[in-house]
Design a protein around this ligand. Structure first.
Ligand code: TXA
Ligand code: MG
Length: 339
């Protein structure tokens, strides 16, 4: 198996000459994995349907699951849409570049493959210097899901990408570990007067409401609605999941099964081997730091083929823990019954 080519760059001041081949590959319709501030993305030229199809093939992702388009300027973001409400300007001014994705009516030039046939497009201006430099150099909008196989754990390092996708991606830009660590907050502005949160992220509903001056509907309000598949495509219950069973518990059991792994809360990060054969990882009791380290912990359990992982439930407050609860709950939900 041929391994992907790794291009290592400085995370804060990426060398443009080193990024040039990756930008050229994107322009030519090839796939390139790259760091954003949230997770690594598997990027393709968003206006090239053939390139976009490559993403679905590489990930094993259902065609019904739309992609986020990444750009570097507001003008480019607007050009992807048919209409641009004032609410989008307010949020862009406050949160872009950053881990917020906005869903808006799509411009006819955006291929159906990107939006899974929906009339709406998800757009984000990422903050990571490497993502920004790469997209600016490529000079095309870049659609990018998280750079992992379908339903796997999102990657927060280049090594995670390589482990998950292997030769299915030709080029990986290595810009170190990502900062935020969880996927972006996704907000639908299809009705700008009733913004609908579709996915929790580290930008919270409270922050969005403060910027907009109006209420934001929670993703939970969609769960029982008939419109869920159309409004929130790709929010399959199990997601971001390790291959073993993850059990969310109030208290880690005293007596552990042989080989069981443990994810604890503590003052500082750390890890140790347990006498019962498992790995115990401690993550800080601080939502920002916890979020940035969570997926790496799940990847480490996965690398050991842990069959059982106990994860200590984090606190409910402050609201920044919400996105973490959401990802833990998804990781803990049982795999879909095989047909
Ligand atoms: O942080 C992130 O958002 C990362 C980095 C790479 O930017 N990307 C990411 O992409 O998490 P992905 O494909 O794993 O999740 C994209 C989600 C979809 O599953 C779907 O829920 C929502 O964004 N989405 C995308 N396009 C949409 C659309 N047209 N309408 C509604 N939701 C959409
Ligand atoms: Mg994903």
């Amino acid at each position: 198996m041929t391994l992907p080519t790794m291009i290592r760059v400085d995370p804060l001041h990426p060398e443009l000459a080193a990024l040039a081949p990756a930008a050229e590959a994107l322009r030519q319709g090839r796939l390139v994995a790259f760091p954003t501030e949230t997770v690594y993305g598997l990027g393709a030229h968003a206006l090239d349907p053939h390139a976009v199809a490559g993403i679905f093939a590489a990930k094993g992702r259902p065609a019904t699951n739309p992609l986020i388009v990444h750009v570097t300027t507001l003008d480019q973001a607007r050009a992807l849409t048919r209409s641009w409400p004032q609410a989008a300007d307010q949020l862009a001014a406050r949160f872009w570049p950053g881990p917020l994705t906005l869903v808006l009516p799509k411009h006819p030039d955006v291929p159906d493959a990107v939006t899974a046939g929906l009339p709406n497009v998800a757009i984000r201006i990422p903050a990571h210097p490497v993502a920004r430099a790469l997209i600016a150099l490529a000079d095309v909008p870049v659609c990018a899901p998280s750079a992992n196989t379908y339903m796997g754990i999102s990657p927060t390092s280049a090594a995670h990408v390589q482990r998950s996708l292997g030769a299915r991606v030709g080029l990986i830009v290595d810009g170190g570990s990502t900062q935020v660590g969880l996927e972006s907050t996704v907000l639908s502005l299809l009705d700008p007067h009733a913004p609908q949160l579709l996915r929790h992220g580290m930008i919270t509903a409270d922050q969005l409401e403060a910027a907009l001056g109006i209420a934001v509907r929670s993703p939970e309000s969609l769960v029982t609605s008939h419109d869920t598949p159309a409004l929130a495509p790709g929010m399959a219950e199990r997601h971001y999941a390790p291959s073993g069973e993850l059990r969310l518990v109030e208290v880690i059991p005293e007596a552990l099964e042989q080989g069981a792994c443990v994810l604890r809360l503590g003052e500082d990060e750390g890890s140790r081997e347990l006498v019962t054969g498992g790995l115990e990882i401690t993550l800080p009791r601080d939502p920002t730091r916890y979020a940035s380290l969570l997926y790496d912990a799940l990847h480490r359990f996965d690398m050991r083929h842990a069959a059982l992982i106990y994860a200590e439930l984090p606190p409910q407050q402050p609201a920044a823990w919400l996105a973490i609860h959401d990802r833990l709950r998804r990781a803990a939900s049982p795999p879909p019954a095989s047909p």
